[in-house]
Design a protein. Structure first.
Length: 521
């Protein structure tokens, strides 16, 4: 292009198109570039001043919560430059001791909520910590109060008042396989009469003892809750024939002296037992008076009788009661078997003879196997290993033959316990409900009484009468806990919050950290 002077047009390109110089280099563009450079420099200058003198206040999304306030001057401690906050950054502080166990990970969430080691995952679908815990909302913000929106992204159940499913125990009409006979109404009547209690709700607290924090209740225990009334000094067995439980023609019970003389493994209790508790009666019979709870003489004879129908029962012989654990933790069976074997090992330490040493080695080997199974998250627990085998024809016939002797031996037991296959049924000490949610009685007790929620048994209608209560209205198997409709009377309305985190927790209970570490590692 050839310029012909200021204000004159020149020519441009092969075709000599007329064009002015100010068209190609307009003055306003130069002014825009200068202005942009000045603004950019000002921003950089302000960022430098903010970073080194203003603690990053200008570029921050807002002040941090109180728990993270000490990190506000160091953005890089969480963000690592301009990156999003990663789980690894959170773990630097929240995974204590630097163990990287993943106690706050998705894997921990799965194992904690389900109690199933098979649910452990590698975390490929894990939500970032910062995806649920929003920061920069101010000192008074609680970042642990996660919004429902975050929960519903993975659990699309809708709101509590409309879309939330019914509780499992109510939807499936689950009943506790309680393993014992316990009519509530009868016991409430007896407590009122013995203690002079006027308010019905106060009678509940004579057996249901709150935990120290008030959130729930301790499992029932015989010595604390039942022993004051049951198995008094007059409790006795029937008059039983003396003999050998192994006798296939005329089975009988073993005397205390016979058990002492034989010196069976696990018979150490016999040395401390009182011979005066046994009364010989006419016809070569014997009775025990009194009968203790989990009486070792009764259980020892039951075990020998049961062995004639189920020889080689294995791990079942290490349990004091049946292996039935509906919806339960098989660790209970393993821990009971371990306790029995530890007692056997302690007894064998007092016997230096070679036979006792060989038996002790066998017991120690079995102890190591069971302990390893309980501690290892990769060893599946097998509750069926503790169950008696199915009763074949010969076993069924033998059970019928020894049934009268078993009934007489367990006369006092059967007033409360079920006895089947020469075995006392296992008692479920507490109801297993809300396995994936938490309930805090302490937070409700000022607003509601026991019978405002626990309505399955009509105490106020049944207790004042004197007539027996039909079993279908009152028995131990009844889940006397409210369904979701009762909770919705307050939650989900304008009265009380119904946020997911009010009942559901994601992270494991910190008080169970040691147990969790063993499982996750």
């Amino acid at each position: 292009m050839k310029d012909r002077g200021p204000g004159q047009k020149g020519s441009f390109g092969h075709f000599r198109l007329p064009v002015a110089r100010r068209y190609l280099l307009p003055g306003f563009r130069n002014r825009m570039l200068l202005a942009a450079a000045a603004i950019g420099g000002a921003v950089v200058f302000a960022a430098l001043i903010d970073a080194f003198a203003g603690s990053g206040a200008l570029v921050s999304n807002g002040p941090l919560s109180s728990g993270h306030a000490n990190l506000e001057a160091d953005c890089g401690s969480c963000h690592g430059g301009f990156e999003d906050v990663t789980n690894e950054r959170c773990a630097d502080c929240h995974e204590r001791f630097g163990d990287r166990s993943g106690a706050f990970s998705l894997a921990a969430h799965e194992i904690y909520r389900s109690s199933d080691p098979g649910r452990l995952e590698d975390g490929v679908e894990e939500v970032r910590c910062a995806g649920c815990h929003d920061e920069h909302l101010g000192r008074d913000a609680s970042i642990v109060r996660v919004s429902d929106h975050e929960c519903l992204a993975c659990h699309p159940v809708g709101s509590f008042e409309r879309g939330h499913p019914e509780f499992d125990f109510a939807a499936e009409a689950i009943e506790d396989a309680a393993g014992h006979r316990f009519p509530h109404v009868h016991h409430v009547r007896e407590v009122r009469k013995a203690e002079g209690v006027e308010r019905l709700e106060e009678t509940c607290l004579y057996c249901h003892h709150p935990q120290p924090d008030g959130r729930g209740f301790e499992p029932l225990a015989f010595d604390r809750d039942c022993g004051a009334c049951h198995l008094a000094a007059s409790a006795a067995t029937e008059r039983l024939p003396v003999g050998s439980p192994d006798d296939l023609v005329r089975p009988g019970v073993e005397t205390l002296q016979a058990i002492r003389d034989r010196g069976d493994l696990g018979g150490g209790w016999a040395a401390a037992a009182n011979p005066e508790d046994f009364r010989a009666v006419e016809g070569g019979r014997i009775l025990k008076l009194p009968v203790d709870h989990a009486d070792p003489w009764v259980l020892a004879n039951l075990r020998r009788l049961r062995a004639t129908a189920f020889p080689g029962a294995g791990l079942a012989d290490l349990l004091r009661a049946s292996a039935d654990l509906p919806n339960g933790d098989p660790r209970v069976l393993y821990e009971e078997a371990i306790a029995t074997l530890e007692g056997h090992a302690n007894e064998l330490r007092a016997h230096p003879e070679p036979r006792a040493l060989d038996e002790r080695r066998r017991v120690q080997t079995e102890l190591r196997r069971l302990r390893r199974a309980v501690r290892s998250p990769f060893t599946p627990l097998e509750p069926e290993a503790f169950e008696l085998p199915p009763a074949a024809d010969a076993a069924a016939e033998r059970l019928r033959q020894i049934e009268p002797l078993v009934a007489g031996l367990t006369e006092s037991c059967r007033r409360c316990h079920a006895v089947e296959r020469a075995t006392v049924a296992r008692v479920q000490k507490d109801q297993r409900v809300l396995r994936r949610a938490e309930f805090d009685h302490r937070a409700h007790v000022l607003e509601a009484g026991c019978f405002d929620c626990h309505r399955a048994i009509d105490f106020e209608g049944l207790v004042p009468g004197a007539e027996p209560v039909p079993a279908e209205l009152d028995r131990a198997e009844i889940q006397n806990v409210p369904a979701i409709a009762t909770c919705r009377e307050c939650h989900g309305s304008r009265l009380v919050s119904s946020r997911c985190v009010d009942c559901h927790l994601y992270h494991p209970d910190k008080s169970r950290r040691a147990e969790l570490l063993v499982t996750l590692e």
